[in-house]
Design a protein. Structure first.
Lengths: 278, 364
């Protein structure tokens, strides 16, 4: 009886789950259909959810012409650079705030906490003018640096380091090991799971960020894939063909979807942490 | 050399701390604290993006004029009946907050949140241009209104759907894990992929929704250019996109509810919907509060969906605050006015962030 109830529940939930997946399936399916067909109808087979007639030409075209591969590489560079940068400043500051005593520590921690409340949209105009004054727009560092200042990573790392027992450090101190060495050789290896969570949170943010790249990168060579995709979707049907634009969308989503499917547990942790704390 | 290196005294705790803090403090100060104050400073100036770029002296200090130009008007008066529906809703909300708190049905921060929102609803719509008066900026308050409508539709939509799904999916079996993955998947997509998909989903000629409608003999709706449906369209796309986080937070909250409670309830024949109503909901109060505040913060900052799917249209129907700030700054080059609006945005976000912080600390 209980099992039958459960089986019914699974079936009943599979229907909305499929509906939920339909838009994504449709994007993938359209990307594998010829543009000539799509110009006539988007519902050739099974409302277009099955790619018949099938072609991989859209992907071939994407890599032969167009800037999608270039934008993709930009996104890789920016996302990896931002991830490394955020990890570097967050682990160090997080450890210092969690475990070391220094003057003004309390006020600094409070100042960082207040920073969590400042949304990107409240500082993007002054950031734009600053970066313009420095002549930094249309560069990778312009896309990377602002996110390194967001204190969410510091808080995640601080909470993690606080939970580590103090004996490990104290034993090392008695052996005369310096604080920086303890941080590097003892604490960082322990912090791998937290760093993984933070890395994924940052990578997802970097890959999907839209507003700051939109104002900072005006030259198409510095577009990220997210921004590039925005620039080709307004007149998709006329210029490049629906199939090819959809192929760009699939390519743009591939890294984050793979990341999600492989590291699901960390992604969920990361988004929960990022979501519930800013 | 090796010897000298080994004998170098290690840094004291304070020095080590500063070495570790410095990289973060440098980027934090330069790219967050300083821009924040600079934003306020810009909002106090007549500051044309292009003019100041050519000549840094071309800005003029105007005090709070930008705030007046954005939020005020000529001959603005306050009347209790300027917008009766909204104000009645405000009074109702205020009463509800007090009542719920008296009955101990909601936590203090929830009551404060409802009360605050209700009070704003009661006071703000009361301002209106008197005889011969007008707003200096005719688009600002309607834009704020659209943003609130978007939030008011999206937040309950996401919260209720996510709550029901989480309650149904909270079992540790393979099938449930797969289903959770399917529902969460859209959450990792970027806003531009989401808008790409849904622009075509909603297209009256090529869209899947139109194709399905025609299958059943209906007339396709031109979702994104119809004043009645444009807002609904971006709300649907947003719910589809952002259900995942809410669902995951609810699932985490559900894990903290003791199994014993359900077993005890089962003895009283309370299972399924009744167990959900009498055990799940009351025990999930804190998580629900957090998710709602979180969603308000998140969706108040909506930009991409409006910018890419409807371009704020039709007839400004889906124009939202961040898009208006973006346009004022980068299309109209009026950084001063745009910054004043950004400060307004920050004040609202700051209020909700404070509530989120308090709700997060509260123990029930």
């Amino acid at each position: 009886m209980a099992l039958r109830g459960y089986a019914w529940l699974v079936v009943a939930l599979s229907i909305p789950a499929f509906v939920w997946l339909v838009p994504t399936i449709w994007m993938v399916s359209l990307s594998f259909q010829p543009n000539e067909v799509l110009a006539r109808t988007t519902s050739s087979t099974a409302l277009g959810l099955v790619p018949v007639p099938f072609t991989a030409q859209n992907y071939a075209d994407l890599f032969a012409f167009g800037q999608t591969p270039w934008w993709f590489m930009n996104s890789v560079i920016v996302a990896l650079g931002m991830t490394l940068g955020v990890l570097a400043v967050s682990t160090t500051a997080g450890y210092a705030l969690a475990r070391l005593d220094f003057p003004y520590k309390g006020p600094i921690a409070v100042l960082c906490l207040i920073g969590l409340m400042v949304p990107e949209q409240a500082v993007f105009i002054p950031l734009y003018t600053m970066f313009a004054d420095f002549g930094w727009h249309n560069s990778y560092h312009a896309l990377i640096l602002p996110r390194m200042a967001v204190p969410i990573g510091v808080f995640l790392m601080m909470q993690f380091f606080r939970a580590i027992p103090k004996d490990i450090e104290e034993a090392a101190r008695l052996d005369g090991v310096g604080w920086l060495q303890i941080f590097w050789y003892v604490m960082l290896p322990l912090a791998r799971p937290a760093m993984m969570t933070l890395a994924i949170l940052t990578f997802l943010y970097a890959w999907n960020d839209y507003l700051w790249p939109l104002v900072s990168a005006q030259q198409r060579e510095y577009f990220t894939i997210t921004l590039g995709l925005a620039s080709i979707q307004s007149n998709f049907a006329q210029s490049e063909g629906l199939g090819r634009v959809m192929a760009s969308g699939v390519i743009a989503s591939l890294p984050v979807v793979l990341l999600f499917l492989i590291f699901q547990r960390y992604v969920v942790q990361a988004m929960t942490a990022g979501g519930s704390k800013g | 050399m090796v010897n000298a290196h080994r004998k170098r005294p290690s840094l004291g705790q304070v020095q080590a701390a500063w070495v570790l803090m410095l990289p973060f403090l440098a980027v934090y100060g330069l790219f967050l604290v300083y821009p924040f104050f600079r934003g306020i400073w810009i909002s106090l100036h007549d500051w044309n993006l292009l003019a100041v770029a050519f000549n840094p002296e071309a800005k003029e200090f105007v005090g709070v004029d930008n705030y007046v130009r954005v939020m005020w008007g000529r001959n603005i008066v306050w009347g209790p009946l300027a917008s009766p529906v909204l104000q009645a809703a405000g009074i109702f909300g205020l009463g509800l907050a007090i009542l719920l708190r008296r009955m101990n049905q909601v936590s203090r921060s929830t009551a404060i949140a409802i009360g605050l929102a209700a009070l704003l609803l009661l006071v703000l719509p009361g301002f209106h241009p008197g005889e011969g008066g007008r707003w200096y900026d005719r688009r600002f308050w309607p834009t704020v209104g659209n943003t609130l409508v978007f939030v008011a539709l999206t937040v309950p939509g996401v919260t209720i759907t996510a709550l029901i799904l989480a309650a149904a999916l909270a079992r540790e079996t393979r099938a449930m894990a797969v289903l959770r993955t399917l529902f969460f998947l859209s959450q990792v997509l970027s806003v531009t992929v989401v808008t790409l998909i849904w622009q075509i989903m909603f297209s009256p000629r090529q869209g899947l929704i139109a194709n399905v409608t025609q299958l059943f003999g209906g007339t396709p709706i031109n979702w994104l250019t119809d004043e009645q449906f444009a807002m609904a369209a971006i709300v649907i796309a947003t719910i589809w996109w952002s259900l995942g986080i809410a669902m995951i937070l609810f699932l985490a909250g559900l894990q903290d509810i003791s199994k014993d409670l359900y077993e005890a309830a089962a003895l009283d024949h309370a299972t399924g919907a009744r167990a959900f109503w009498h055990i799940t909901l009351p025990n999930l109060q804190r998580t629900i509060t957090l998710v709602i505040i979180l969603q308000i913060i998140l969706h108040f900052q909506v930009f991409g969906q409006s910018h890419l799917m409807t371009q704020g249209g039709p007839n400004d129907e889906t124009q939202v605050l961040v898009r208006y700030i973006y346009q004022t700054a980068f299309r109209d080059s009026e950084l001063g006015r745009a910054s004043a609006m950004a400060v307004f945005l920050f004040v609202i976000m700051g209020a909700f962030s404070t509530l989120q912080f308090l709700a997060g600390r509260e123990k029930d």
